[in-house]
Design a protein around this ligand. Sequence first.
Ligand SMILES: NC(=O)c1ccc[n+]([C@@H]2O[C@H](COP(=O)([O-])OP(=O)(O)OC[C@H]3O[C@@H](n4cnc5c(N)ncnc54)[C@H](O)[C@@H]3O)[C@@H](O)[C@H]2O)c1
Length: 415
Amino acid sequence: MVGLGYVGLPLAVELSKQYSVIGLDLNESKINSFKKGHDPNEEISDEVLARASIDYTNQSAELKKCSFIIVAVPTPIDNDLKPDLLLVKAASKLVGENLSQGTIVVFESTVYPGVTEDICQPIIEQASGLKCGSEWKIGYSPERVNPGDKKHTIDKIVKVVSGMDKETLESVAEVYGSFTNVHKAPNIKTAEAAKVIENIQRDLNIALMNELSLIFEKLEIKTKDVIAAASTKWNFHPYRPGLVGGHCIGVDPYYLTFRAKELDYDPEVILAGRSLNDHMPIIVANRIIDKLKEKGIEKPKVYVMGLTFKEDVKDFRNSKAKDVIEALKKSGATVIGWDPLLDDDTIEKEFGVRNIHPKDLHNTDAYVILAPHNEIRKITIHDIIDKIHNGVIFDLAGVIKQSDILANDITYLTL
Ligand SMILES: NC(=O)c1ccc[n+]([C@@H]2O[C@H](COP(=O)([O-])OP(=O)(O)OC[C@H]3O[C@@H](n4cnc5c(N)ncnc54)[C@H](O)[C@@H]3O)[C@@H](O)[C@H]2O)c1
C-alpha cells in the first residue's frame, strides 16, 4: 500500500486480514505513530490497529517484495483550480523504481479519465524499464470510503474495479472481492470517470440546495420544511444546503472540468455549481454581519464552532470554516472559535482564532455552528443563551431546536 491516509490505512487494515501487507508512507511521523499503534487521523481505533498485521515503513525499496501495489496518495488542485498531479506522479516514479516483474499496480487516487494509463503508466514504465502489459499490469479502483461514517465501512461499500485486460480485471476483483462486493467496470477510464461523477453529482445537488435556500430566505420560508415536504415524493432526493469543503467533493469536479476543457468542451453546469458552493462562506458571513448591523452591532464578537470540513471528522483541509472566519474578520468582527476535535495550536495556526471552550466563553454577539460534531450537539442552547444579548445564532445544519430559543432578542438563522 502506497500512502496510508484516510483511504490507504483502512484498506491496508482490511487487506491484512487475508494478505501479507506492507504499508508505505513517506511521512515518518505517521509511520512512527502506526508502529506505536495509533492512527493520527483517528479513523482506525487503537484496538483495530493492534489486531492488524501490517509492516509499516517509509523505505520505498520494500515495494520490491510486493506482487500487488495499491497507490492512494492525494490528488489536490492548485491555486488555478487545476489538477495537481505532482504527488501521484512522484508515487508512480517511486513505484517504478521499485517494481518487480509480474506486479499489478492499482491506483485508488481520484483522477480524471486517462490519468492512470496516459500519465502514471508511462512514468512507471520509464522508471522501471519494464513494459506494461507483458512485464507488469495496471488497474484502477476508486475509493468511496466516507471518513467519520461508521455505517458505510470499507467492507460494506461496493468497490468498482478495473484492469487493463481481462486477466488483470479478474485479479483486481479477486483482491478487493476478498472483503467486499465488487463491480467490474469495462475499462480503466470508465472506473476513473465513475468516481469523479459521484462527487460531481453531490456537489451539484448541494449547490442546487444552496441556491434554493437563498431564494427561500427571500421568500421567508424555511428550506428544511420545504425539503421535508418535497421528500414525501418517491423520486425526490433530500439533499441539504451547506458548505462544501474537504478535499473530495469540492476538488474532484475540477479534475473532470479540466479534462473537458482540454477536449474543447465548456462544462458550464458543473462549474456553475462549483462557483456557488465556493461563494457560500461569504454569503454565510454576510448574512450574520448584516443581521448584526440591523441590530445596531457594528463591531461584533463572533463565536464559531465546528471548524473541520465536516461533522465528526478531524480533517480540516480545505475547510470552508476558514473562509467564513476570514470574511467575518474582513467585515470588522472579532472572531473566536472552538473545535473539540482540534488542538489549540492547529486552530490558531490554520484558522487564525483562539480556541475557547463554551464554558469559558463570556458575552458574544453571534454564535455560529458550522460542522455540528457530536460534542457540539451536546451543548444545548440553554448553556449559551445567557451569553448572547440581542444577538444572532447561525446554525448552518439546523441542529438547534428553534423552540429552545426563548429569548426574543436573539435572531435564529440557518440555510
Ligand atoms: N479521504 C477521503 O474521504 C477520500 C475518499 C475517496 C477517495 N479519496 C481519494 O483518495 C486519495 C487519497 O486521499 P486521502 O484522503 O487518503 O489522502 P491523505 O492525505 O489522508 O493520505 C495520503 C497519504 O499519502 C502519503 N504519501 C504522499 N505521497 C506519497 C508517496 N509518494 N509515497 C508514499 N506515501 C505518500 C501522505 O504522507 C499521506 O499519508 C485522493 O486522491 C483522494 O481524492 C479520498
